[in-house]
Ligand binder design. Structure first.
Ligand SMILES: [Zn+2]
Length: 189
């Protein structure tokens, strides 16, 4: 049960490529595709949590690599590699997924509501249907059937996904900035 919960909150149905694209825009190296894959695999129990990771962006890296393929940190200079991804990074990803899911679901529910109310308006707005219960029920059922799929799909899958992603990304960037400050303080303190 617990493991399943992790899986739901870590995985996404939106395009993973967005993350790489964002790195160049907002300067936050979380999350590389490989790091996401690693965290999801660990949460499923399919992969050991330890390995070799970039000390800056925590992207998994080969045993011989000297430069991070994702953020280009040079492991021989300032950024050393680490053996495990800090728990806080998993938490940031989980929070990101949670925000995304909240928006996708919220907008999907709004779509359902629109189909329910819209269908009602159509049935009540046509005098013939208003007076004939069985045809009205059939028409209403058809509107619900098609409307729910379309409205929930478009609102949740498109608007919810996009708005949720940008909100979630903002939160991730903010968490990353806080983390950088915390790591700096750790170094000096
Ligand atoms: Zn890196």
């Amino acid at each position: 049960m617990d493991k399943k919960q992790n899986r739901i909150t870590l995985e996404t149905n939106s395009g993973e490529k967005k993350y790489i694209h964002n790195f160049s825009i907002d300067g936050c190296p979380l999350f590389s595709e490989r790091l996401e894959e690693h965290l999801v695999a660990v949460s499923r129990g399919e992969s050991p949590s330890t390995g070799r990771f970039c000390g800056f962006c925590f992207t998994p890296t080969g045993p011989e690599s000297e430069v991070c393929a994702h953020c280009q940190s040079d492991f021989r200079l300032s950024k050393k590699t680490v053996e495990i991804v800090p728990l806080v990074i998993t938490e940031i990803l989980r929070e990101q997924r949670k925000i995304e899911a909240r928006f996708v679901n919220g907008f999907a529910y709004l779509g359902v509501l629109l189909a329910v109310l819209g269908g009602l308006a159509v049935v009540l707005g046509i005098p013939y249907l208003r007076d004939h219960l069985i045809p009205a029920t059939i028409v209403y059922a058809l509107i619900l059937l098609v409307g729910v799929r379309i409205f929930a799909g478009v609102l949740g899958g498109y608007f919810g996904d996009n708005i949720g992603y940008s909100r979630a990304r903002k939160k991730t960037v903010q968490s990353w900035e806080e983390l950088k400050i915390a790591m700096r303080e750790n170094l000096h303190g």
